[in-house]
Write a protein that binds this ligand. Sequence first.
Ligand code: TNX
Length: 509
Amino acid sequence: MVFPDPSHAPLPLVPTPASAQRGEGRLPLTSMTRIVGEATDAPVLIDAVAGRCGIRPEITSDQPQPGDIALRIDAGVAETGGYTLSVADGVEIVGADDAGLFYGIHTLLQLLGEGEEGWGWQRAEISDAPRFSYRGVMLDVVRRFYPVSEVKTVIDRAAALKFNHLHLHLTDDQGWRLQIDSWPLLTEKASTTSAGGDAGGFYTKDDYREIVAHAASRHITIVPEIDLPGHTHAIGVAYPDLVEDPVISDALAQSQAELGQDLPVAGVPFTGWGVGHSSVRIRQERTYDFVRDVLTELSELTPGPYLHIGGDESHGTSAEDFAYFVARVSAMVQELGKTPIAWHEAGAVKDIAAGTIGQFWGSLKPTDAHAAEAAHFVERGGALILSPSDAAYLDMKYDADFPLGLAWAGLVDLRRAYDWDAAEVIDVPTEAIAGVEAPLWAETVRDLSDAEQLMYPRIAAIAEQAWTSPETPERTWESFRARLGALAPLWQADGIRFHPTAEIDWSTR
Ligand code: TNX
């Protein structure tokens, strides 16, 4: 569909708001424009505006004048995290809370454009609130280590799409990425490499605190993951007596051979991609001393309510041992005052701690077994985060020729990432769906540019999945295509190296 008359085009907003009306023309942004009112998040607005057009709006405590940007908080205006935004003779954003005001600011930034009369805000009347309270992105900082500055960049950009959780996959077979004082060899011995043999790295506790604080300033909660009891080869590089010997299945031997990668060897850093060969020792108390120490230090560092304990692909652990471990460690997380999250396989465990949240990574048409595992979290009073791998996985290839990414879950073009409904994947009450998360596994990611090409534009489709209810009139693929195409200049200005998929007519101005 083409929109020859721009006054009929949908507003260039992603995710699209619950309700939006286009007004007439643009309200000019000039060097006289000021910010009035609740200014906590004003620096984000000022920096973004300055970056785009060189104007730095001043903050004032005067009464608003025409052209000013008035920021307010009023709990009555929308649901939690929502806001109203009016661009008429001036700009007024009213947040239902701090986060709502912040999201209103980001919507306003998408309305900023340059025309013949200079810079201005597209006039509009918007009222908006999120569909889901959990809107997540995941970085696999093991298969590829992201320095703190890059994590902050990812945070800033995710927040601009109204994501509010960043899941950090901190440990896996290929490395351990967080300083733990009580077990210092983890980072000393098991952090130096990553997948493919590239350099590794780790976050000191101060680094982690810096990430948490930066995320909080963008209304993002950090969700740390310690992947257990499988994906734990790296633990054995530091402390051999905590893990079992690698389990070399035929499937693993074959896939490692096809990839030309070495098989895992006990005590030696693993740089291949193969999964499912490692397990901590389930039937010894020292393992639980270790897990308790790690989770205790992690919970002390983490202000957010969640600790993710992994639980995926534990093919090196028997079902009985897996159940014993997951029941015990999920309860341990609760004793530490946190809510456990686990990948959906942990839903096979009858006695998983009540209230544990499951993260579903099966396909849009799940197998009966996966669906039952996911539903079990809800039966136990928990909730679900949906990350269907054939729609929400940012590390799948867009098409067979795309140089980056994997394809085991299928090819995920932009339309596939967009066209699904989180409420229709698993048969549970909609209230039991906490939200949606887009993971970026990093086997094929060598640098931030690779990560950006895999993330963008699909991350925008997941943002809309997480934020916008399906009943919203503009929540259609055709509307999304038009709105996303119109955002390209903004992404370019921000230096985002997105994949210019041919599914979109990308605007050049
Ligand atoms: C499966 S999905 C994994 C990861 C891999 C990913 C690659 C999940 C919970 N585990 O260990 O990195 O596939 O796409």
